[in-house]
Design a protein around this ligand. Structure first.
Ligand SMILES: *Cc1c(COP(=O)(O)O)cnc(C)c1O
Length: 423
């Protein structure tokens, strides 16, 4: 056996590992008989992407206004990111955390730099948002030598699906089947500063906040709330941990959505957009005291921080920085929000940059998602009256206008279809 390559090298290699060529309906039948049902039936089978466009197995084109849920920061198949990932994989793909590699170190330094982390700040790499939050949960449990167990999160919070992150997540339907969850987490009303002040005490290990709750329908916390949270946690000796898994890495036109509040948190978790589509998560701890809470042997991961994932993130950050992407997010985001706010059928528009939520008058959001797919747009409904947009950060004004122009018809179609279904 040759040690250098598999049975086929080059462009035929991919074809040789995918068995059978199907159309969308056939693929979905194969999906149902081979994949676990936790995601329901996927909406489409996607086979190819370029920039903000994707194509399904039947050749239909879509404008992707969801970006893999705020993941594909630079769109699909970005040539620069692809080339950095490929060359890293062709050089050294994985080493385990018995070893390190230059891309891991360079990415940690870059994240500390972009988040304006003070001296003594450190990074832990994971592979997903939930894992970054698991690391943060364990960090919180080590506050005050492990003597504080109370952790505060908000109603509406989404922090992930593994057991620790699920304990932080508020939604009853996600939690109930898996109780008992790790203890000590209390959920307090969203955005209520008095409730927060009343809840944080000297038994509190940490407060977990999303600067903008994404899964709850794009609900921003005010800068005032973030500052109050910083004051209350500092006074009580509790950690302030910001989950910027969805809001971080340019999504709001800033590296962190919390930037404008002018606070230094104790930790921030990142994932979704960080790898530009490649799975990578991170916990950034601020200051040497917090960074020292987890010591050798207290946490770990096999894949976390591997050379390919960290190269992907470095490439993504470099492209965002060097191609004026943050400015584009601000410009196109403002344009989209303005266009949405001008529509008679839209009752509220929320969010920052290219993380946008808007409400419509009736429970037609799921029907809007279907109508949008039929019309060639990918959008998402986190609630019955709410649509979320989290497109690639490179979305153009023209592309935004295509959606805005189509929206009145989508709403009319969704209204008619919802009425029909109700009969
Ligand atoms: C998506 C998300 C998570 C979970 O990330 P996964 O990669 O799906 O595990 C956690 N927190 C927030 C705010 C998210 O949006």
């Amino acid at each position: 056996m040759s040690e250098s390559v598999g049975p086929i090298a080059g462009s035929d290699a991919k074809a040789s590992v995918i068995t059978g060529v199907s159309n969308g309906a056939d693929w979905l039948a194969r999906y149902s008989s081979s994949l676990m049902g936790v995601f329901g039936t996927p909406q489409r089978v996607l086979v190819r992407g370029a920039g903000c466009l994707v194509w399904d197995a039947d050749g239909k084109e879509y404008l992707d206004l969801l970006g893999g849920i705020a993941v594909n920061a630079l769109g699909h198949a970005n040539p620069f990111v692809t080339s950095v990932i490929s060359s890293q994989l062709a050089t050294l793909g994985h080493v385990s955390n018995f070893f390190t590699s230059p891309t891991q170190i360079a990415l940690a330094e870059k994240l500390l730099d972009l988040t304006h982390a003070p001296a003594g700040s450190k990074v832990f790499f994971a592979n997903s948002g939930t894992e970054a939050n698991e690391a943060a949960f364990k960090l919180a449990r080590r506050n005050s030598g492990g003597n504080r167990t109370k952790i505060i999160a908000l109603e509406g919070a989404f922090h992930g699906r593994t057991m620790g992150a699920l304990a932080l997540t508020a939604k009853e339907a996600y939690r109930a089947p898996f109780e008992p969850l790790p203890g000590g987490v209390v959920h307090i009303p969203f955005g209520d500063i008095e409730a927060l002040r009343a809840a944080v005490d000297d038994s509190t290990a940490a407060v977990f906040l999303e600067p903008i709750q994404g899964e709850a329908g794009v609900r921003p916390l005010s800068a005032e709330y973030l500052r109050a949270a910083r004051e209350a946690t500092t006074a009580a000796g509790a950690l302030l941990i910001l989950d910027e898994v969805q809001t971080g890495i340019g999504r709001t036109g800033k590296w962190l959505a919390s930037e404008d509040a002018g606070i230094v948190p104790d930790a921030v978790t990142l994932a979704k957009g960080l790898g530009g589509g490649f799975p990578v998560g991170a916990l950034v701890t601020f200051g040497s005291t917090t960074s020292a809470l987890l010591t050798a042997g207290q946490h770990g991961t096999t894949f976390g921080g591997n050379p390919v994932a960290t190269a992907a993130a470095l490439a993504t950050l470099h492209a965002i920085e060097s191609q004026g992407v943050l400015q584009n997010v601000l410009t196109v985001g403002a344009h989209l929000r303005e266009g949405l706010a001008g529509l008679e059928a839209v009752t509220e528009v929320r969010g920052e940059g290219l993380l946008i939520g808007f409400d419509v008058k009736a429970d037609i959001a799921p029907a809007m998602v279907s109508a949008a797919l039929d019309a060639g747009f990918i959008i998402n409904s986190p609630g019955p009256r709410t649509i979320r947009l989290a497109p690639p950060l490179i979305l153009t004004i023209d592309q935004a206008d295509r959606f805005l122009d189509a929206l009145p018809t989508l709403i009319a179609t969704a209204t008619a279809n919802t009425a029909k279904d109700a009969q």
